[in-house]
Design a protein around this ligand. Structure first.
Ligand SMILES: [Zn+2]
Length: 66
């Protein structure tokens, strides 16, 4: 992802929502707070980022030996 402020690539990090504005209003419009580790500016983006992969096991847990 590119920083809209300094145009650096792959520097954006997902941040916690801070304050009632970000907690109440941003979800309505589908925005998520991001911070650039390059220029330290916060940006609101319509991108929730990478969702952690839940299925890391090649074998379903029910088939694993106990
Ligand atoms: Zn930046």
């Amino acid at each position: 992802m590119q920083c809209p402020k300094c145009s650096e690539e792959d520097v954006m990090r997902r941040m916690e929502r801070v304050g009632w504005l970000e907690k109440k209003f941003l979800p309505i419009f589908g925005f998520y707070p991001w911070e650039c580790s390059g220029c330290r500016k916060r940006s609101m983006m319509k991108d929730r980022g990478e969702v952690r992969k839940r299925h890391t096991h090649p074998v379903p847990p029910s088939l694993l030996p106990h």
